[in-house]
Design a protein around this ligand. Structure first.
Ligand SMILES: NC(=O)c1ccc[n+]([C@@H]2O[C@H](COP(=O)([O-])OP(=O)(O)OC[C@H]3O[C@@H](n4cnc5c(N)ncnc54)[C@H](O)[C@@H]3O)[C@@H](O)[C@H]2O)c1
Length: 381
């Protein structure tokens, strides 16, 4: 099988490429090695012998060069990935993420590239805040929390009559999409463009809505992505970890090799003419404060290294969890690495490679200037 992996030099991409080459696939990588992820003097990472083409997914010629000789499948990973950053660099996010997917559609329609299938790394960001259940058992979509609610420290989404809600795991088959960030909107647009173009042309389409992927290899330069990597670097360098809101927002963390397994299975599973859009995560919710505390202990940092600040970011969601039933049914996939073990691997790697401190402070300053970082006046105990 010949597979073209865009973004194959990135966090998920590198591990996927090595996994596919190990399994005997002939892999080509198209990646621009963007400085925000790879630094100003980027070098091509070890890709297990895969063909590497440095190029931009907004450049049709780069796609054609990477796919020369023909490809059986494309895994489209290349993207700008920072939720917060997308709120004030929206044009750039639309350009890379939406235009990149649109160019792939054009090239396929014009038969300049003819893969039998495309696997897209989509995101749970397409749901925005996602589904919740009322005390009466109804499923509702509370939408983004208002700035006034956040300033008052009312962190939990509320029902239509102000009632308290419990989060529901998102299932692509039933949950509504309503992105809360420009990034999420671009990921949904990628799904939609490929869904419209591919299945009618007889090309298989699999989109995996990934939750928070973590593990060794995530860029430590990019302050907008990878909350657990950022926390690890901060703890190692004696910087204080600032837990936003009350620290009790939850995320569904999935270890990178589990996500890679799901993408690799997505290349083989029988999808025929029906697009397979499904959720991939660890399948449980962990409070961000709990994950930070696990990291603090593993990195031997003092208790005061982690502090709840009551700050908030506009566009952040409160809770996230994947419903894994469709991934199980369609891919026969379920995650195998528990958070504790995954964090061992992450902290071991971060100890080896984190030479300088995190770049979070300037990124937060930029968000403050854009009016996207707030501070609650109440709600902190
Ligand atoms: N990491 C997560 O938690 C997560 C969660 C949900 C979805 N995803 C999706 O998974 C995919 C991969 O994410 P990642 O965490 O590996 O990100 P990453 O930033 O580590 O890798 C992305 C790669 O794409 C490349 N790239 C960026 N813009 C490009 C362009 N214009 N042309 C060519 N290459 C370009 C970068 O150089 C980088 O190597 C993305 O599509 C992302 O939206 C990731």
């Amino acid at each position: 099988m010949r597979v073209l992996v865009t973004g194959g030099a990135g966090f998920i991409g590198r591990r996927l490429v090595r996994r596919l080459t190990r399994d005997g696939a002939d892999v080509a990588v198209l990646d621009a090695l963007v400085p925000s992820v790879h630094g100003e003097e980027a070098t091509v990472p070890d890709l297990g012998g895969a063909l590497f083409v440095r190029g931009d997914v907004r450049d049709p010629a780069a796609w054609v060069e990477a796919a020369r000789g023909g490809v059986d499948a494309v895994v489209h990973l290349a993207a700008e990935t920072g939720t917060g950053e997308s709120m004030y660099r929206t044009c750039h996010y639309v350009d890379v993420n939406v235009q990149g997917a649109a160019i792939l559609c054009d090239l396929i329609t014009r038969r300049e590239i003819s893969p039998g299938r495309v696997v897209l790394a989509s995101s749970r960001a397409v749901y925005g805040e996602g589904p919740y259940r009322t005390p009466r058992g109804e499923v509702v979509y509370p939408g983004p929390r208002s700035r006034a609610a956040l300033e008052a420290g009312r962190w939990e989404p509320e029902g239509p009559s102000g009632e308290s809600l419990s989060p529901v795991a998102a299932d692509a088959a039933s949950a509504r999409t309503a992105p809360a960030s420009a990034y999420g909107t671009t990921k949904l647009a990628q799904e939609e463009l490929l869904r419209v173009a591919l299945p009618p042309a007889g090309i298989g389409f699999v989109a995996l809505r990934l939750q928070n992927v973590y593990g060794p290899g995530q860029s430590l330069l990019n302050p907008y992505t990878g909350i657990l990597s950022i926390f690890s670097v901060q703890l190692l360098h004696g910087e204080r970890v600032r837990l936003f809101e009350d620290g009790l927002a939850t995320r569904d963390f999935v270890y990178v090799d589990d996500a890679v397994d799901a993408l690799a299975i997505g290349l083989r599973v029988d999808v025929a003419r029906t697009p397979a859009i499904l959720d991939v995560g660890g399948g449980s919710r962990t409070a961000i404060a709990e994950a930070a505390e696990m990291l603090r202990r593993k990195l031997d940092a003092p208790p005061e290294a982690v502090a709840v600040t009551g700050e908030f970011r506009v566009g952040d969601i409160r809770h996230a969890q994947a419903d894994l039933s469709r991934a199980d049914a369609l891919l026969g996939w379920h995650p195998s690495v528990p958070l504790d073990r995954g964090l061992d691997a992450l902290t071991e790697w971060v100890r080896d490679v984190a030479a300088s401190g995190s770049r979070l402070a300037p990124a937060l300053e930029e968000m403050t200037r854009a009016g996207l970082l707030g501070q609650a006046r109440r709600g902190l105990s």
